[in-house]
Design a protein around this ligand. Structure first.
Ligand SMILES: Cc1ncc(COP(=O)(O)O)c(C=O)c1O
Length: 389
């Protein structure tokens, strides 16, 4: 029976020949997944790596990236979510129950704390802050209600690097799960599972994307049972990611180690140069001796991210500090990091952590991109001159 052209354009007989091979993985876009017959549809398990059921639960494209991120983190299982913050939320929602408590480092990524203050509190889950630089303080903070301890290395604004191994040991000895925000270490400088951590999340928005144009997060585990818990919540919340975004991260991943190393080198050169500037009271960069937790960084890490903070002299006014940031021409003013463009953000220290009495001055966080170091140095020099003479 002759069919209408509109039907033929949907049900077309052409099948590409098998065997196509290229360096980049193929990109599969699907909400609907087709089954050969009803029996196959009924038999297929959405959890399995072999059987696809619906685009939300995985396509060959999302699974490729999940496998690569699991390798990057040194874990075994990974799920992708639409942002780094969604990865934090997924871990919280999968593991915390009413009446339970989550412990957050006092320098935690701010929105993670806001989630605890709002949604988690509303569902009967409490949170408390602990000093990440003192494993004994974590030991004291853990109670029978504690269900999860978050770790961050370093704090993403005040840059203290904790003794992760000691913190993970304290939690493990008390039977409490640990989750690390490894956005800074990115699986390159720091591998959480080697330090006894149970769950490693990362904002793929930063180094794995590298373009400043994609939002995505990952939750990686080494333990199959823990992965199952997280995967179930991931499915019920509908946290799947779009193939176009996954494609972009898959394209960037092969250059990530090169970008990370280049941004590390550039950031260290600029951090050392800034340390000697009269406008700067202190540089907070974990790889620099004298930075809070430098000795822990040296024991845990091989590299550092291109992100650090400077404390400008306390004698400057806030208006001078703002002028300095406004006067920068190559550094964009904006959140996030790890893209090609360098960025600067002034932060109010009082908003960052409750126990920052040791940090004095005006904090400006710098994310170093891929511009030439000489040009960035010249830009910082001219901005200092413009702001403070
Ligand atoms: C340390 C850290 N964790 C998590 C996130 C959240 O990532 P996203 O912006 O993809 O939600 C960020 C974002 O800036 C971050 O800096």
């Amino acid at each position: 029976m002759a069919r209408d052209l509109s039907t033929d354009l949907i049900h077309h007989p052409y099948q590409p020949p098998a065997g196509f091979c290229a360096p980049q993985p193929g990109v599969f876009k699907a909400s609907t997944v087709l089954f050969n017959n009803v029996a196959a549809m009924r038999a297929r398990d959405w959890r399995s790596r072999e059987g696809y059921t619906y685009g939300l639960h995985g396509t060959p494209t999302t699974m490729q990236l999940e496998e690569r991120i699991a390798t990057l983190e040194g874990g075994r299982h990974c799920v992708l979510v639409p942002s780094g913050l969604a990865a934090v939320a997924l871990v919280d929602l999968a593991l915390l129950k009413p009446g339970g408590e989550v412990l957050l480092p006092s320098n935690v990524y701010g929105p993670s704390r806001e989630l605890a203050r709002n949604e988690l509190a509303q569902w009967g889950i409490t949170h408390r802050l602990y000093d990440p630089m003192d494993p004994a303080a974590l030991a004291d903070a853990i109670t029978p209600a504690t269900q999860l301890v978050w770790l961050e290395a370093p704090g993403s604004v005040t840059m203290e690097f904790p003794d992760l191994t000691a913190l993970a040991r304290v939690a493990r000895e008390r039977g409490v799960l640990t989750a690390l925000d490894n956005t800074w270490g990115a699986g390159l400088a720091l591998r959480g599972f080697e330090h006894g951590i149970d769950i490693v999340m990362q904002a793929l928005t930063k180094y794995p994307s590298g373009g400043g144009d994609v939002l995505m997060g990952s939750v990686t585990t080494a333990d199959a049972a823990l992965h199952e818990r997280i995967l179930g919540t991931h499915m019920r919340l509908g946290l799947g990611v779009g193939a176009n975004d996954v494609e972009m991260v898959l394209r960037s991943l092969p250059t990530m180690a090169l970008r990370y190393a280049a941004q590390d080198q550039a950031a260290r050169q600029l951090a050392q140069w800034l340390q000697a500037r009269p406008e700067v009271a202190r540089v907070l960069h974990p790889a620099l001796p004298g930075s809070p937790g430098h000795e822990h960084w040296a024991r845990h890490c091989t590299q550092a991210a291109g992100l650090f903070s400077v404390l400008l002299q306390p004698s400057y006014t806030q208006a001078q500090v703002d002028h300095f940031v406004d006067a920068l021409q190559l550094f964009g003013i904006g959140f996030s990091w790890a893209g090609p463009m360098s960025l600067a953000v002034p932060y109010d220290l009082r908003m960052m952590r409750g126990d920052n009495a040791t940090l004095q001055g005006h904090l400006v966080r710098l994310c170093i991109g891929l511009e030439a170091v000489e040009d960035l140095r010249a830009d910082l020099s001219q901005a200092f001159k413009s702001a403070v003479g």
